[in-house]
Ligand binder design. Structure first.
Ligand code: ADP
Length: 529
């Protein structure tokens, strides 16, 4: 009884596995799945015929006994055929060789079904069914099967030795599973019966090893969509159990009630599988959409970079001429015109900075940010920037600007232009977001051992809210009111600044006690000794 159950289970599991493999269609590799899927289905039929041979009585015993051997031969030939397709998905042997594989199979089948040739007699004994085989046909059959399998495994091992990576890992389990099944099938169905030991069930049940190993390979290496396979197996197993339950009913009412339960389960099981399939499809679509977005992002970066390059030249010209006009190079300007030109100069200046940020974003995202490292004294650079702002009274609107340092050497090895840009950006922000009060710039030696320098830019301005503090160095992040107050901001400056500082092995951070309470930006950079 237990044996019958295992045979039934093995046959069923192989049926499921076969259908799953058969149903998978990897592009260009369809032949692999078709041939192996079919072979697993034939294995399922082989186990089923062994079960039938045990169960039936009367005249059909002979038929099932022979069928068992016929299907065994088909499995062997099919498997050999498969090893000529795996792993490329194209048949590697010519037509003649295909005939050479097929012809003996047909001969074997004819021979097995030939009355009185292969199976001479079956005796039904108390311990089971004893079979008497033909003295010549039986060894011929045995030799062919052994030959088919040996050749098949020879092929697989050749592939195994030639390949590396995933295919090799998959083959590990595959060869183990099919090998175990083949060896025990040959032992229990061919060799032992010759010596009158009849354990037909042992060989067939061992095909569970194949299911197990291949199933494991599927789970571990995710050969196929694992979730759907698990769901399918679970639903099918439960359905089968319920169906068996139906047939075990003892009264009509029970029969109806269990039957209804079975149908209901099949219905919901079907829905479950469908929903899992849908989920997998959705996931794939999401992944594809994500890919698409990444591509778009790249195109955007390239576009930005090209557009910015085109913008830079005319902007620099406008900025240059308006600056010359303000300095009186084209004659003295009256106050009204001076005011207009100043506004032109200011907004072009803002645009130049913005374009510079765009260019840097493009470079950062395409991994093409380049630095010109050189030695220079940072305190001079900072002082010059502060002076530049201090000279522009319109911009600073009466803010108190100051610069202090604890003296000594502030030599760093860095890209002077880029670091200047960062300092400029921070002071510009401080001035921009401070209505009244001060902007103080400090430069100090940070550590006791004078390894780092610390630049602090403190303002008495609008401050930064708690939730903004954590996001401020992200791309396009601006305080919610910022765009209202300063329409010309982009939220890119600090992102670029962080990237530049970090690429110099430094750190940048911000502190603020909250809205309306001013903010301090810090930069720490390694000193060059
Ligand atoms: P932008 O100034 O162009 O908007 P930034 O990246 O330089 O872009 O700054 C991002 C945001 O951080 C600003 O929009 C502003 O809300 C806030 N911020 C930056 N510096 C200060 C500062 N000194 N005081 C208050 N808020 C600031």
């Amino acid at each position: 009884m237990l044996i019958n159950f295992f045979l039934g289970a093995a046959s069923f599991l192989e049926l499921v596995l076969g259908v799953i493999i058969f149903g998978q269609r990897e592009k260009g590799k369809e032949l692999i799945n078709i041939s192996f899927g079919l072979d697993v289905l034939v294995v399922s039929a082989w186990v089923f015929s062994a079960l039938m041979f045990r169960l039936v009585s009367g005249s059909t015993i002979m038929f099932w006994c022979k069928t068992q051997y016929v299907i065994g031969a088909i499995v062997a030939a099919g498997f050999l055929f498969f090893t000529y397709i795996f792993p490329e998905g194209k048949i590697r042997i010519g037509r003649w060789k295909q005939v050479i594989i097929l012809a003996p199979l047909i001969a074997l089948i004819t021979m097995i079904y030939w009355p009185g040739a292969f199976v001479k007699q079956i005796n039904i004994a108390a311990h089971g069914k004893d079979v008497f085989f033909g003295a010549i046909s039986y060894p011929i059959y045995g030799l062919f099967i052994v030959f088919y399998f040996t050749l098949a495994f020879w092929n697989l091992i050749k592939i195994y030795l030639k390949r590396r990576g995933l295919i090799r890992e998959q083959l590990n389990y595959f060869i183990l599973g099919t090998g175990l099944t083949a060896v025990s099938a040959i032992t229990f169905d061919i060799i032992l019966p010759w010596f009158k030991y009849f354990y037909f069930w042992a060989g067939t049940i061992s095909s569970l090893a194949m299911v197990g190993f291949i199933g494991y390979a599927i789970l571990k290496k995710e050969l196929f969509g694992i979730k759907i396979i698990l769901t399918e197996i679970l639903v099918s197993l439960t359905a089968i159990l319920l169906l068996v339950d139906v047939f075990l009913s003892e009264s009509r009412l029970e029969y109806l009630w269990r039957g209804a339960l079975f149908l209901l389960f099949v219905f919901f099981g079907f829905l479950l599988i469908k929903s899992v399939l849908k989920e997998i499809k959705l996931k794939n679509q999401l992944a594809a959409a994500n890919e698409e977005l990444k591509k778009l992002d790249k195109i955007k970066s390239e576009f930005l970079s090209i557009a910015s390059h085109q913008l830079r030249a005319p902007l620099t010209i406008i900025k240059g001429y308006s600056s010359m006009m303000l300095e009186g190079d084209f004659g003295k300007l009256n106050e009204k015109i001076k005011d207009v030109v100043y506004k032109m100069f200011q907004s072009t200046q803002g645009l130049v900075l913005l374009v510079e940020d765009f260019l840097n974003i493009g470079r950062i995202e395409m991994g093409q940010m380049k630095y010109d490292f050189a030695d220079f004294d940072l305190s001079e650079t900072v002082k010059r920037v502060v002076d530049e702002f201090a000279a522009d009274s319109k911009k600073t609107r009466g803010l108190k600007l100051s610069f202090e340092s604890d003296g000594g050497n502030f030599n760093i090895k860095a890209d002077q232009n880029k670091i200047r840009q960062v300092v400029y950006n921070l002071i510009d922000n401080a001035v921009k977001y401070t209505e009244k009060g001060f902007v103080k710039v400090f430069l100090a030696h940070h550590n006791k051992n004078h390894k780092n320098l610390l630049l602090k830019i403190q303002d008495s301005g609008e401050g930064i809210s708690k939730e903004m503090l954590s996001k401020i160095f992200q791309k396009f992040s601006r305080e919610s009111g910022a765009s209202r107050l300063h329409v010309d901001g982009s939220g890119l400056g600090l992102y670029v600044a962080k990237k530049i500082v970090e690429d110099h092995g430094g750190k940048i951070w911000v502190e603020s006690d909250g809205k309306g309470r001013g903010s301090s930006f810090f930069i720490e950079l390694p000193l060059n000794k």
